[in-house]
Design a protein around this ligand. Structure first.
Ligand code: KIV
Ligand code: ZN
Length: 517
């Protein structure tokens, strides 16, 4: 292992995903997995295969289709977990099984009701079984932050003897502070006799806002893998934020003397994609990727920046792939201008279909006059949401809204490729009226538990984005709709959910058929 390199282990699709209100679809997971691979992570943990057939299938598809990083799956120290993980990861070019068991007195006594010796034996058996699927096995001592170093040393020595090649030290409940966490890492380095045969990894949660600081302190104490997520999403207050550790190690290289393989210019785009698909907005003042991260408001700061950029700026927006040189795009702009702008925004030609983007661009330019970068991204995202195989397709929408009379909306939908049918309904507002019409036409009664309206862009020509979380079949589904008009965006979000529900119903039907054979 090159001691100057810190391995970046991304767990957005495992620890991050498990904290979302609505699970991601396989298609969304694949989209995020491709973006994270492009970002240059070394390892990506993409699910917990034993937890559900859907998770198994998603890990399996990512293992098959995503090239570059090591693809990793999570497994408790149990035979059925390791088998599911080994099988799901089988198609990967490079694969890792990550197995874990709790080691802290609190977890041993109350959760596992086992002694440290019994937990260690389970870990050793799990690692040995995992080794029959791959040489690359990671072992985590869950709640290591609250485990005495002597106990950690006892388990780790045996885990390495059993074949673990990475030893992960999670601060599962985000309890430690940087000096203390660094001492745990040094303690392990100094007392585990075979520690040179494994890489020390850290996995910090952010309950006290210290996940990034603890991870960096651990690197200073000798850890060489950081587990993190894009935008810091994850259980409770989240995990260590990938973009923050990557930019700390890059910006302060003279201090830490270590590198990562992260392509920092991909950070901004990946952050936006994860935020969008996971329905997790990024806080305005979030370090590195927040909307205000590079905005200077005070007069003194603006004056300083004009005199010399480094007076108040330690990184440049371009370092994270944020472009500021917008072109004036109108309906007179040609296809090559759009292609040029998409390239400048960091998209490669096979990320989009130029014909499709260009025809939607012209429609939008006719409506809005000037088209901005965020509009192009919205067009791309909207196209990614559509699928030719969608069962429900919106064909028309017309509404009469009033603050004094009843609101009426007429919706046209094509169902299962048939000619469009139309329904007019009333409601308290035009969106509710449209939803009532869709309910009658589809006979699917969605229970909407969250409805958010946001704008993409600024001022009167912003694009409306509606995100809804709706319950059906005992599950939560997340739908998104983007349009220049918010009623249209709200209806698109509803149709997005209807298509997700339809796919889930098909999967259930296939499962039932298999069970009855
Ligand atoms: O926080 C934690 O302890 C975990 C482990 C499974 C690594 O996520
Ligand atoms: Zn975790």
């Amino acid at each position: 292992m090159n001691q100057d390199k810190v391995i970046i282990f991304d767990t957005t699709l495992r620890d991050g995903e498990q904290a979302l209100r609505a699970s991601l679809s396989k298609r969304e997971k694949l989209q995020i997995a491709h973006a994270i691979a492009k970002l240059g992570v070394d390892v990506m943990e993409v699910g917990f295969p034993v937890s559900s057939p859907g998770d198994f299938d998603a890990v399996n598809s990512i293992a098959e289709q995503v090239k570059g990083p090591i693809i990793c799956g999570l497994a408790r120290a149990m035979e059925k977990d390791i088998i599911a993980c080994g099988e799901a990861l089988a198609p990967a070019e490079k694969r890792r099984i990550h197995t874990f068991i709790a080691t802290s007195p609190i977890h041993l006594e109350h959760k596992l009701q086992k002694t440290l010796e019994q937990a260690t034996e389970m870990a050793v058996n799990a690692i040995k079984l995992a080794k029959t699927y791959t040489d690359d096995v990671e072992f985590s001592c869950e709640d290591a932050g609250r485990t005495p170093v002597a106990d950690l040393a006892y388990v780790i020595e045996r885990a390495i003897d059993a074949g673990a090649t990475t030893i992960n030290i999670p601060d599962t409940v985000g309890y430690t502070e940087p000096t203390e966490f660094a001492e745990i890492i040094s303690g392990i380095k100094n007392t585990v006799p075979n520690i040179d045969k494994a890489i020390i990894s850290v996995h910090c949660h952010n309950d006290l806002g210290l996940a990034v600081a603890n991870s960096i302190a651990a690197v200073q104490a000798g850890a060489r893998q950081i587990e993190c997520t894009v935008n810091g999403i994850g259980e409770r207050a989240g995990n260590c934020a990938l973009e923050e550790v990557a930019m700390i190690l890059q910006t302060r290289k003279e201090r830490f003397g270590v590198d990562t393989n992260i392509k920092s210019e991909e950070i901004f785009r990946t952050s936006k994609l994860v935020s969008q698909l996971c329905n997790m907005p990024v806080q305005q003042n979030k370090a590195i990727v927040g909307a205000n991260a590079f905005a200077h408001s005070s007069g003194i700061h603006q004056d300083g920046i004009l005199k010399a950029q480094n007076t108040y700026e330690i990184m440049k927006p371009e370092h994270i792939g944020m472009q500021s040189n917008e072109l004036n795009l109108t309906s007179r702009s040609g296809r090559h201008v759009i292609q040029h702008r998409m390239t400048e925004m960091g998209y490669s030609d096979n990320d989009y279909n130029l014909d499709d983007i260009y025809s939607d661009f012209l429609l939008l330019a006719d409506k809005k006059g000037q088209v901005h970068d965020y509009d192009l991204e919205a067009i791309l995202f909207d196209q990614q949401l559509k699928d030719d195989s969608d069962y429900y397709k919106l064909t028309s929408l017309q509404g009469l809204s009033s603050n004094s009379a009843v609101n009426t909306t007429t919706v046209g939908v094509s169902i299962g490729g048939e000619d469009a049918i139309y329904k007019a309904e009333t409601g308290n507002g035009p969106i509710e009226a449209a939803y009532n019409a869709l309910k009658q036409m589809t006979h699917i009664d969605l229970n909407i538990i969250d409805f958010k309206l946001n704008s993409k862009g600024e001022g009167g020509d912003a694009i409306g984005q509606v995100d809804i979380i709706a319950q059906s079949m005992g599950r939560n589904f997340h739908g998104t709709g983007l349009a220049t008009d918010i009623i249209h965006a709200g209806v698109k979000a509803y149709i997005h959910v209807l298509n997700l529900v339809h796919r889930a119903q098909q999967v259930e039907e296939i499962k039932e058929k298999h069970q009855s054979i």
